[in-house]
Design a binder for this molecule. Structure first.
Ligand code: S0N
Length: 274
């Protein structure tokens, strides 16, 4: 089934495109002239786009992709890397990419990386942060940090190790090799590989399958998967979801009502379920 994307324009969507259709939001990094490398403005736009998709109750699944068919993302834009970090057009330093990584993981909706071409460096780490990854046959994966003088020892190491195991993760980081789509599939970096011309159709199909399922179950599952990796911050996320569910129960509401009615709460009618 084809999909008719509607583009949403926003002055804050610098360097990206934002589309919605049928319960799906699609965030596209739009800098194909540098293989969709990100600069501070790009990251800020993606933060705004993910928050927009988070708040939009009609959106159930989010796709992250790159424009042009030759790259998903090639990481930080090396042309504007200064002495102590990346610099925006106003001369401010700071990339906020770690905040973006965390946001992709804490948004309570599945995020699918749709990858054509290069997924490299900090772009590769963004793909690791997504919940699922669909690759085109032309996709190429790898880290370049030790070659270009950077590294991501946070989620870039932790998530990769979870996905491919420590031996392979060390190989990817220590040798800076590149891997084709089939190799990425074989080592568990992506969920499936399809011809480039089928990439969006397949990704949308995966999104539609998730949209047919319980949003609350998917939300709790995403938080549960992340809690295992994210320590106290992961438990905070999972527990926040549990609180949200508790608010919706008569038992939770009895506490609020009693407070507002200036009486003692009566929890006797709520069973201690074994
Ligand atoms: C992707 C590669 C392998 C593709 O090679 P190919 O096909 O030969 O194409 P090119 O001719 O090289 O590229 C086409 C044009 O695109 C430009 N370009 C590509 N990538 C970038 C980039 N990242 N920045 C700027 N320009 C880029 C090329 O220069 C070329 O333009 P022209 O034709 O005008 O010369 C190959 O391109 C490649 O290796 N690219 C570089 C990949 C890379 O090293 N990325 C940076 C890795 N580091 C990070 O991402 C930083 C991570 C990070 O942000 C971070 C993480 C954790 C904690 C903190 C931070 C932080 O820094 O804040």
């Amino acid at each position: 089934m084809s999909i008719q994307w509607q583009e949403i324009t926003d002055p804050q969507f610098t360097d990206i495109e934002y589309h919605v259709a049928d319960g799906i939001a699609k965030i596209t990094i739009n800098r194909p002239e540098v293989h969709n490398a990100f600069r501070p403005e790009t990251v800020r736009a993606m933060l705004h786009a993910f928050k927009t998709a988070h708040r939009d109750k009609s959106v159930g699944v989010i796709i992250l992709t790159g424009a042009g068919g030759k790259a998903f993302c090639s990481g930080g834009d090396q042309r504007i890397r200064g002495e102590a970090g990346y610099t925006d057009e106003d001369g401010n330093e700071g990339l906020d990419v770690l905040e973006l990584q965390r946001l992709i993981r804490t948004i309570p909706k599945p995020v699918v990386a749709m990858i054509a071409g290069w997924s490299i460096g900090g772009g590769h780490v963004l793909h690791l942060c997504c919940d699922l990854a669909i690759a085109a046959e032309n996709a190429r994966f790898g880290q370049t940090g030790p070659r270009v003088g950077s590294f991501d020892g946070g989620l870039g190491v932790a998530l990769m190790t979870r996905l491919v195991g420590q031996r392979k993760a060390k190989e990817i980081w220590f040798l800076c090799r590149q891997y084709d789509a089939q190799q990425a599939l074989d080592m568990g970096l992506v969920n499936t590989v399809v011809p480039l011309e089928k990439l969006e159709e397949e990704t949308v199909q995966w999104c539609r399958e998730m949209l047919a399922l319980s949003p609350t179950a998917l939300r709790l599952l995403k938080a549960s998967f992340n809690a295992d990796t994210d320590g106290a911050a992961g438990l905070q996320e999972l527990a926040g979801n549990a609180t949200g569910l508790f608010y919706q129960t008569a038992e939770g509401q009895e506490g609020r009502n009693a407070y507002l009615e200036k009486r003692d709460p009566d929890f006797t009618k709520f069973p201690r379920i074994p």
